[in-house]
Design a protein around this ligand. Structure first.
Ligand code: HEM
Length: 280
């Protein structure tokens, strides 16, 4: 390190758009979770305090809707980016069935079994490639989550329109699904996703690569050995390297990331408290 800046050039894992969209996802998801949960647990003291800070329950409702628009826009921008990726990979077939696919493959099943063995000391750490099975799972959890929570959210937002072709009781069902899926999504992201990404021993206390886009080459070799070897053999490694960010950028990124992590943990604790001691 020189003046807090890593000396070596680093491997670029995420594009600028990937990083921007992930940051937008964090901002929109945190805003939706905070405002939604203050409604759901409105009978608890923390929800009342939070709602007052946000300007009251009505304002929280407006923030919720604005954040929902941001989340939909983020999702659409990602779908549009898939068309760019298709060109990069030559065809949809190359993107969807190539070695860097996000779809689950037989290799993921083998790696899952090998990882379980590694956990209990019965085998070596698997030779992970570009995407591990848990990263693919997290990726598709967003597709599933947006489909369920987004469609029920829109039903709650525009009940008059939706009851033109749905029975009235569908609004009650949409509220239950939306509310319970919100718990599932926040519970999953702020525990399993946080643990897999930041709290596992190799990454603890935080993996900043989704924010910086970069990781040291030594980390790539250790974490994703198969990806490293593929890049070396194809001669593409040098083209995937870039200078590290200046310290001020790294400090800003860490502040943002630590705030998001801390907020996520607080939300989990608030949910557990509300469910155990105040559930109505
Ligand atoms: C992405 C699209 C989404 C849309 C369009 C949407 C829309 C809505 C609407 C219109 C309401 C009723 C609020 C009111 O009456 O003022 C609501 C409630 C709620 N939303 Fe969302 N929402 C979305 C995503 C989320 C997410 C991601 C979460 C949490 C992670 C969430 C959590 C909640 C909760 C907990 C409630 C209260 C439900 C209850 O009363 O039990 N929403 N949402």
């Amino acid at each position: 390190m020189t003046n807090g800046r890593p000396e070596e050039r680093q491997f670029v894992r995420f594009t600028r758009l990937n990083r921007t969209l992930h940051a937008c996802m964090i901002v929109s998801f945190m805003s939706l979770a905070l405002t939604g949960l203050t409604l759901k647990f409105s009978y608890t003291a923390w929800a009342a305090t939070l709602s007052r800070l946000l300007g009251g329950y009505e304002t929280a409702g407006y923030i919720h809707r604005a954040a929902a628009v941001m989340m939909f826009a983020t999702f659409l921008a990602h779908l549009k980016d898939l068309f760019r990726l298709k060109k990069e990979y030559g065809s949809w077939r190359g993107l969807i069935f190539g070695p860097n696919t996000m779809l689950p493959t037989r290799k993921d099943v083998t790696e899952f079994a090998a990882t379980m063995k590694w956990f209990v000391g019965l085998g070596p750490r698997p030779h992970y490639g570009r995407w591990t099975y848990w990263e693919k799972f997290d990726y598709f959890a967003v597709f599933w989550g947006i489909a369920i929570i987004g469609s029920t959210g829109l039903t709650l937002w525009f009940p008059v329109f939706f009851t033109r072709f749905l029975p009235g009781w569908a609004i009650n069902v949409a509220t239950i699904i939306h509310s319970d899926e919100a718990l599932l999504a926040t519970g999953f992201i702020f525990t399993v996703h946080f643990f897999n990404t930041h709290l596992r021993p190799e990454k603890f206390p935080m993996d900043t690569s989704i924010f910086t886009g970069r990781m040291p080459l030594a980390e790539l070799k250790r974490d994703k050995p198969l990806e490293y070897e593929t890049l070396v053999h194809s001669g593409k490694l040098e083209a995937s390297m870039a200078e590290a960010h200046p310290p001020i950028v790294l400090r800003t990124i860490r502040t943002f990331a630590w705030t998001a992590l801390a907020l996520g943990f607080c939300i989990v604790i608030w949910i557990i408290y509300a469910m155990l001691f105040a559930y109505q």
